[in-house]
Design a protein around this ligand. Structure first.
Ligand code: SAH
Length: 511
């Protein structure tokens, strides 16, 4: 059997976008991934189907003797999987060779004769300060930077760090694993000659949406409340504050997106760009119609229609998907004219290299009726309308009144998924949500249903709501939500809703 290989991959400091291109390729090609607490679990979503994912670690600051045993197990697993011919990715927080025992893992691989590669990562030692607006070197303030561990072993015993000597060296110090022993570290640096008012910044959960920066001095370091993981920056540069990450307008706001995953991208992207932490809690899923019979018959006799009308982008995808499944041929549409209810639907049709003959600028059913009128009416024409299961009846009725011979066929239906993903439920349970976004009345209803009565009680008491328009807002209010953001009439759209959310939070005094 071909021998496998181990890739020691730096996962970056937390923000999943800070993984390197090479690291991402390794993850996407992995048969096995061994990860621990400091590697962002979101990255695991990039793993291929069937990839075995093993959580090999609790916290890096865990008990030392346990850590030794745990490390031996990690090494053994890596060797075993590689010898079984598998592609192994050992995903490590930050850079694999900056603390965190990457060197020991390479040593184990080398002495076992197992081939390996190292993919460097962005270490938290530079990334956490950067996201706090602190350059670790500066032409006039600090010509060098030292990365040092504040772990117990560096304060006593064989690997003793000469803290007093480091203080004499000056420059910037970035202390990792220093939270627990910060009082002792600060005291020894002051003994070594660092002034007690030397600026210090403690960057906790750097690069993550929950990042928090505490600014103090060496003297004050012992007193500040800090949680792991944190990078402690000591030196004149720690007094600089080119804040950008934490000062984005929606930073610190935790927002749930309830759209179906496939359609959530735009909203998620806009919210994240403003600094919000997004929780995807899809409340809608698309399924084929209960009965494909009518669709199949329409496809089989498609040449007989004068018009095919698509009422949504989803409908376009479902219809052509079915046509391909039936080994149909797009040329059957040769003489059939195509209408789309709005620009997004028309774009989807164009993706199949088909022209759209009619698409109103005003994108609702009424707009399409008007467009047909301007086109000279539909009297005597055979029209196929492809639509979701539950839809407003406006279009078919109006076209029939105009003398058209209309047939409506259901190409998809939207259903409520059975449950939220596990991660969503536990976060809601811990109260980690500030705002929920509703992009349709059904997202609001399904959200409430999926929560169940008791959790709904708690969530709506504390969580605010944003809605895409008046009827969605009404549904949300009926369900007991406090709607604080809704776009004005002329701006009813996803970006419009985001603008309304922004306006709401900008009107609030942020702490
Ligand atoms: N190889 C890692 C460091 C591992 S040691 C790297 O290059 O980043 C673990 C220490 O890294 C933690 O105790 C903490 O000091 C630091 N650390 C890891 N992730 C961090 C983050 N997101 N923000 C601040 N510090 C972090």
């Amino acid at each position: 059997m071909a021998e496998g290989k181990v890739y020691l991959v730096g996962a970056g400091p937390g923000d999943p976008e800070l993984l390197t291109v090479k690291g991402l390729r390794c993850v996407r090609q992995a048969d096995v991934i061994l990860y621990d607490g400091l590697a962002n679990p979101d990255l695991l979503e990039e793993a291929p189907e069937g990839c075995e994912v093993i959580d090999v670690g609790k916290h890096i600051d865990g008990h030392r003797r346990d850590r030794d045993r745990q490390q031996a197990e990690i090494d053994a697993t890596m060797l075993e999987k590689a010898r079984a011919g598998l592609n192994v990715v050992r995903l490590k927080g930050g850079d694999p060779f900056v603390f965190g025992r990457g060197g020991e893992e390479a040593e184990a691989l080398q002495s076992a004769g197992v081939p390996f590669e190292v993919v460097p990562g962005i270490t938290s030692a530079i990334a956490a300060p950067a996201y706090a607006g602190i350059p670790v070197t500066h032409r006039t303030l600090s010509p060098y930077v030292t990365f040092v561990t504040g772990h117990r072993a560096s304060l006593e015993g064989a690997q003793d760090v000469d803290w007093e000597g480091l203080a004499r060296l000056g420059g910037t110090l970035v202390v990792l694993m220093g939270v627990r022993n910060r009082a002792e570290v600060a005291a020894r640096l002051m003994v070594g000659g660092y002034a007690s008012d030397t600026p210090v910044a403690v960057v906790q959960r750097g690069t993550l949406p929950s990042q928090k920066t505490v600014r103090t001095t060496l003297e004050g370091l012992a007193e500040v409340d800090v949680t792991n993981p944190a990078a402690i920056v000591v030196g004149q540069v720690a007094g600089l504050d080119f804040s950008w990450f934490e000062s984005r307008p929606l930073f610190g706001v935790r927002v749930a997106v309830t759209r179906m995953r496939k359609q959530a991208g735009e909203l998620v992207g806009l919210l994240q760009a403003l600094g919000a932490e997004v929780l995807e809690a899809p409340t809608v899923r698309i399924e084929g119609p209960a009965d494909w019979g009518p669709v199949d018959r329409a496809i089989g006799g498609i040449e007989a229609y004068d018009w095919v009308v698509f009422s949504s982008a989803n409908g376009v995808e479902r219809f052509f998907g079915r046509m391909l499944d039936l080994e149909g041929d797009l040329r059957a549409l040769k003489g059939v004219r195509i209408a789309a209810v709005g620009p997004a639907t028309a774009e989807k049709v164009a993706a199949y290299y088909l022209g759209v003959d009619l698409c109103p600028s005003h994108h609702v059913a009424e707009g399409l009726v008007e467009a047909f009128e301007q086109e000279g009416g539909v009297a005597g024409k055979r029209i196929l309308i492809l639509r979701p299961e539950r839809a407003r009846e406006v279009l078919a009725g109006a076209l029939r009144e105009m003398g058209g011979e209309v047939q409506e066929v259901v190409v998809y239906r939207t259903v409520r998924p059975g449950a939220f993903p596990a991660g969503v439920v536990s976060r809601l349970g811990r109260g980690e949500l500030d705002l929920v976004t509703f992009t349709s009345a059904s997202t609001a209803r399904h959200f409430a249903d999926l929560l169940g009565f008791h959790r709904l009680e708690r969530v709506r008491a504390r969580v605010l709501a944003a809605s895409i328009g008046p009827s969605t807002s009404q549904t949300a209010r009926d369900l007991g939500f406090r709607v604080v953001a809704e776009p004005p009439e002329g701006d009813i759209s996803v970006p419009g809703m985001v603008r309304a959310i922004l306006a709401y939070y900008q009107g609030q005094t942020r702490v």
